[in-house]
Write a protein that binds this ligand. Structure first.
Ligand SMILES: [Zn+2]
Ligand SMILES: [Zn+2]
Length: 333
């Protein structure tokens, strides 16, 4: 089955760069979280999976040629979020490391802090309401709003705006933190929601969903996990909200791209089947390797591509999306 969706979105208009690009890679790390956000050449890794995912994260960054991470975000101290981050730190240099705490009593957390120290870095603790730029995207910290004894409810919650599309990353936030964020009154409406706590029953409450109103919900979860995630309750709330659900246990790695107006998804399961179906098929595309865009050969913007960035490709649209290229907004190939 080819998983390919697009959605038109309405929202406040920020302007992405004319030849800008935006992608979120929800990396399949089983019962854990890891998402790589790439905007206009700047990068942010939000969580890194379990300790045994370290080499997977290392290899993923290597394959994507990400030698520098402008931001590394450890949403909270649990192993399934920070365990694999040392793999990232072994491959890439880090600009800023964010977490909601600077200390936590676990060997995995200590390893993370030591790896940062090797690069001369320390964890920075942002406050709800802080914001920063990632390329032409705007990132706002919307949680945690209050201190909690439960590490899940200390999850850093980030909302990213790229043009008229938006993305909400909730870590393992549950009802308590969702409620606090709602009370703080942040704009939460998002095209894509990274569902809280792997689809646990105590996350993704109706009041929260009513504010987020996601068109797509991505659940990072392990096949046959012992927690029963995602629970039927959270799935049914997401369906009630009208969200299209994607899951790493069923879809594998999920890549979402945005052109600032619409988002589209390709998935590991989708492109594997598509590649088989399309074997020997395909068409000619023109590439802009500077902007990571692909064009119909007849597109007017092809003439404006700098010669050093010009490339050509014979194959399928899905292959290009899987390689991180996004379609031109004019010729919509
Ligand atoms: Zn978790
Ligand atoms: Zn957790």
């Amino acid at each position: 089955m080819l998983m390919l969706f697009t959605a038109a979105c309405v929202g406040p208009a920020a302007t992405p760069a004319a030849d800008g690009s935006f992608a979120v890679h929800f990396i399949d790390v089983g019962q854990a979280d890891a998402a790589l956000v790439v905007c206009d050449g700047q990068t942010m890794l939000i969580d890194g999976g379990n300790r045994e995912d370290s080499s997977l994260i290392y290899t993923y960054l290597k394959d994507e040629n990400v030698t520098h991470l402008d931001y590394v975000v450890a949403t909270h101290a649990h192993e399934d979020h920070i365990g694999g981050l040392p793999g990232a730190l072994n491959y890439a240099t880090v600009g800023t490391a964010l977490c909601s705490v600077t200390e936590y009593d676990s060997g995995v957390f200590e390893t993370f802090v030591e790896q940062l120290a090797k690069q001369g870095k320390q964890i920075q603790v942002p406050k709800a309401g802080d914001s920063f730029e990632l390329g032409s995207a705007k990132v706002q910290v919307v949680g945690p709003v209050r201190q909690s004894d439960d590490p899940n409810n200390m999850s850093l919650v980030l909302r990213i705006e790229y043009g008229e599309t938006s993305f909400l990353f909730t870590g393992d936030a549950e009802r308590e933190e969702e409620q606090n964020i709602l009370e703080a009154g942040f704009d939460l409406e998002s095209t894509v929601l990274k569902v809280g706590h792997h689809g646990s029953e105590n996350s993704t409450t109706y009041p929260f969903l009513r504010e987020v109103m996601p068109e797509y919900a991505v659940i990072s979860v392990g096949e046959g996990n012992s927690y029963g995630h995602p629970t039927p309750e959270s799935l049914s709330r997401l369906r009630d909200a009208g969200a299209t659900i994607l899951r790493t246990d069923e879809n594998g790695t999920i890549i979402c791209t945005s052109d600032g107006e619409t988002v589209s998804f390709v998935t590991e399961s989708g492109w594997a089947e598509e590649n088989q179906a399309q074997e020997g098929k395909g068409m000619e595309y023109v590439l802009n390797n500077g902007a990571n865009k692909f064009h119909d050969p007849d597109c007017e913007s092809v003439d404006t591509i700098k010669p050093q960035n010009l490339g050509s490709f014979f194959g399928t649209r899905e292959e290009l999306l899987a390689r991180g290229y996004s379609p031109c907004g004019n010729c919509k190939p």
